[in-house]
Design a protein around this ligand. Structure first.
Ligand SMILES: [Zn+2]
Ligand SMILES: [Zn+2]
Ligand SMILES: [Zn+2]
Length: 132
């Protein structure tokens, strides 16, 4: 006989395989709560998977998110309007050169002034120039 814990773990493993995108603990919880799995069990399970390097962990908009298959999560944030965009960075060769070890996953946060704000800046809004 399998223990309740083992059964719950198997159920969670199965759910994870079906998720192809990023997800958070609450989303996983919603999928399995009808089967009697509590949120504490979910957190324990996710932490265990991260430790075993079977799950990649990131932070997005103040929340912890996970992915089985996607090994990077990158943001571009505008300093002026605060708009946040998800960007895809695949080539991290220059970063690899600085690391003495392996890379599991990465999260890069890039900050700047977005295209919309750059355009706004160009429109003249300053006071007419003083004539000497
Ligand atoms: Zn990882
Ligand atoms: Zn994000
Ligand atoms: Zn902006």
């Amino acid at each position: 006989m399998k223990s309740r814990k083992t059964k719950q773990k198997e159920l969670l493993e199965k759910e994870l395989i079906s998720i192809k995108d990023f997800f958070n603990a609450e989303e996983l919880y919603k999928k399995v709560k009808e089967k009697g799995i509590g949120i504490a069990t979910i957190y324990r399970f996710l932490n265990m998977k991260v430790k075993n390097r079977e799950l990649h962990k990131y932070f997005c908009e103040g929340r912890t998110i996970y992915s089985m298959s996607l090994n990077n999560h990158c943001h571009y944030t505008c300093q002026l309007c605060g708009r946040k965009e998800h960007i895809i960075i695949r080539d991290i060769t220059p970063i690899k050169k600085n690391i003495n070890g392996t890379i599991c996953h990465f999260q890069i946060d890039v900050t700047g002034i977005c295209g919309v704000c750059l355009k706004k800046k160009k429109t003249p809004e300053k006071a007419p120039e003083k004539t000497p």
